[in-house]
Write a protein that binds this ligand. Structure first.
Ligand code: AMP
Length: 282
């Protein structure tokens, strides 16, 4: 496995691969690998001739009061795991190599960056779209794999790729969970032991809501009110950021559950903000 820090060296290598007819797969990450990241790598490995993983804690997607400085990092362990999972090229740029001091060009997808996580993280998705766009141009992948845990991010990247004609396939992959249902996240290390014990209730609430919808509860206002009450009782140490039902493609809020709808939640614990979602199909 090669570790490359220089964006232009990455681009040269990947352009060579593509012009040689090789299928290049890309998995963008912020590192501190867990089984969710590894499942994306395994999937991409099974399809690609050359597998590129980027490990970059992208400063432009963090707000001023967010956890950029303390975001968990373990580059050596990450490199060892990437190697074990068959990664050909690990791209670990410095922020200064990705953003010139006078960087001025941004990709924005405003209609998908409203509501849900964008409501409390106003610049987050501009940073995500821009860095992912840059990674696509540097890597020229045939396909790129993303987790459905970050469903709004996935919807936004799909739209960006369609609207700007990036020549690649975007693949969404299922959420990998702990045995007790908690969605894996690099940020789970922020949880206190008490919060960690309570955290599986996030998924339990989503499953309960899916049953309520299946049992005929169609009003989103009623469903989210019930879910709020569930979390208040099961996770009194948490604060709900949002519980919303949206169209899974447009991320537009819906008021009645019909067909496919995405129920997404974010909860604040003392140091962690955790997200999860479930597709409701009625
Ligand atoms: P991150 O390093 O948190 O930015 O995540 C990198 C990629 O891994 C993104 O596409 C995430 O959606 C995906 N990912 C994160 N957690 C999970 C999980 N529990 N299951 C599946 N994919 C995940």
């Amino acid at each position: 496995m090669d570790i490359i820090r220089d964006p232009l060296a990455l681009q040269r290598t990947c352009l060579n691969w593509r012009s040689g007819g090789l299928v290049v797969g890309l998995v963008p990450t912020m590192g501190y690998f867990h089984a969710g990241h590894l499942s994306l790598m395994d999937y991409a490995r099974s399809r690609a001739d050359r597998l590129v993983v980027s490990l970059f804690v992208n400063p432009t997607q963090f707000g001023p009061n967010e956890d950029l400085a303390r975001y968990p990092r373990d580059p050596e362990r990450d490199a060892a795991l990437a190697r074990e999972h068959g990664v050909d090229l690990l791209f670990t740029p410095d922020p200064g190599a990705m953003y010139a001091p006078d960087h001025a060009t941004w990709i924005e997808v405003p209609s998908l960056a409203r509501g849900l996580c964008a409501a409390t993280r106003p610049i987050h998705f501009r940073g995500v779209a821009t860095v992912v766009g840059k990674l696509f141009l540097l890597t020229q992948p045939s396909f790129a794999a993303f987790g459905e845990k970050d469903f709004q991010q996935l919807a936004l990247i799909r739209r960006m790729v369609r609207d700007l004609n990036f020549p690649l396939e975007v693949v969404g992959r299922p959420i990998v969970r702990e045995d007790d249902g908690l969605a894996l996240s690099s940020r789970n290390v922020y949880l206190t032991p008490e919060e960690r014990r309570a955290a599986p209730a996030i998924r339990k609430g989503l499953l309960a809501a899916s049953e309520w919808a299946g049992g005929g509860l169609r009003s989103v206002a009623d469903l989210t009110a019930r879910l709020r009450a569930f979390y208040a009782e099961q996770m009194p140490m948490s604060r709900l950021d949002y519980a919303e039902v949206v169209d899974p493609d447009s991320m537009e809020p819906v008021t009645e559950i019909r067909g496919r709808a995405l129920l997404a939640v974010a909860l604040h614990m003392s140091k962690a903000r955790l997200i999860d979602n479930i597709l409701l199909e009625v």
